[in-house]
Write a protein that binds this ligand. Structure first.
Ligand code: UD1
Length: 367
């Protein structure tokens, strides 16, 4: 008898985490039927469609078109629109990746319907409740039956919050699966040439978190990026829609910085792979740079991914835009030795996840 699994995705980073799982499930058609639901939290072509095309997964089976809104509105709309679909499909499991509003909204909807939930990327904690994602992480993990983790400290966090060891599965990093699978296509693109920059001579920048872009720190950040660009390191900055609208509202620009629309997955990783360094406030990019061995500077006070600092290339700058000015010098001093890829970041995490599902008689652990 086949078991039905519904995956719910909503934002750009969700897609890379779920696609390898979809592929692995589809390879076992005799065991699993898979249904892909996109909430539509991200909806621009450059934030959504392009990933489905590039990652060869085909369009989602259901699109909930929730669009933009406040946290409450997005969460509520996902719940309202997902509930009837889950009632109709009555899946054996709902899989949710990451920590965005769509993640928590889908987990809560399924949980209230008595449908088991599996959380991909469980157990990450920044211990910073001012981050909307931290609330999503903690709550999603509390109501998930199956907790799929990709770094060792995640297990400790989950155990400390009262979850049982037998429900925690160290399968590895499914987002890195996507990177491994796409590596040759990424290389073939020659992204630096497309963007008119020389390999190892430019900084890639992505910034979108409210703590940084919704207030006065944005103007300061852009001014410092201009200084870095003027003093010799090219700066390529694909702008997230949230950041772009804040720049427009405040009439901000960044002289000398290459500002572009959000890039597709292959083009973006093609730039990152040959960069001198990356400056970001994203979570996933801290992991991708760790895997690629590219120096990463995180413009935040904390990270829910400490393994990228302990084993990888990541350095926390703090929420302090003035530190951007130190980046060229740190890069010049760096010798690049001693970078390790964390265990389970090897391109096979989704296979292990699906193998785990296959081995379980029942997905329900909370009822
Ligand atoms: C969301 C996630 C964040 C994740 C990020 C990845 C939450 C709480 N936040 O943040 O954890 O790191 O996605 O990108 O879920 N917009 C568009 N077009 C789009 C998407 C967004 O114009 O396709 C604009 C809208 O005006 C929207 C704003 O960007 O209001 C913010 O979008 P939203 O999904 O609320 O949060 P993100 O900042 O993208």
């Amino acid at each position: 008898m086949t078991r039905t699994i519904v995956s719910v995705v909503g934002t750009r980073p969700n897609f890379m985490k779920t696609v390898p799982v979809v592929r692995a499930l589809k390879r076992r058609r005799e065991e699993f039927e898979h249904v892909l639901v996109h909430t539509g939290q991200h909806y621009d072509r450059s934030m959504s469609d392009v990933f489905f095309e590039e990652l060869d997964v085909g369009p989602p089976d259901h699109l909930l078109s929730v669009g933009a809104g406040s946290h409450a509105v997005t969460t509520a709309r996902v719940m309202e629109r997902l509930e009837p679909l889950l009632e109709q499909l009555r899946p054996d499991l709902v899989l949710v990746p990451g920590d965005v509003n769509s993640t928590f909204a889908a987990a809560l909807t399924a949980s209230k319907l008595g449908i088991p939930v599996g959380h991909i990327e469980a157990g990450l904690r920044s211990f910073d409740r001012t981050m909307p994602e931290e609330t999503n992480r903690v709550l999603t993990d509390q109501i998930s039956d199956l907790l799929f983790i990709h770094s060792p400290e995640a297990r400790d966090h989950l155990l400390a919050e009262g979850r049982f060891s037998e429900h925690i599965f160290g399968v590895g990093n499914t987002m890195i699966d996507t990177l491994v699978a796409m590596r040759q296509r990424i290389r073939n693109l020659d992204s630096p040439a497309q963007h008119g920059v020389e390999p190892s001579r430019y900084l890639v920048v992505t910034l979108h978190r409210p703590a940084l872009v919704d207030g006065p720190l944005l103007a300061e950040t852009l001014a410092h990026l201009s200084t870095v660009a003027r003093d010799g390191l090219d700066v390529v900055f694909p702008i997230h829609p949230r950041t772009r609208s804040r720049m427009l509202e405040q009439g901000l620009d960044a002289a000398g910085v290459q500002l572009t629309d959000p890039l597709g997955y292959l083009d973006f990783l093609g730039l990152v792979e040959r960069a001198a360094g990356v400056l970001t406030d994203s979570g996933g990019i801290q992991e991708e740079t760790t895997y690629l061995g590219i120096p990463c500077f995180t413009l935040r006070e904390n990270t829910e991914r400490p393994v990228t600092i302990e084993l990888g290339t990541n350095e926390l700058l703090g929420l302090d835009p003035a530190r951007i000015l130190d980046v060229p010098e740190i890069l010049a001093r760096r010798n690049g030795a001693g970078v390790t890829v964390p265990p389970g970041w090897d391109g096979h995490a989704a296979e292990r996840l699906v193998e785990t599902l296959s081995s379980l008689q029942s997905f329900a652990t909370l009822t």
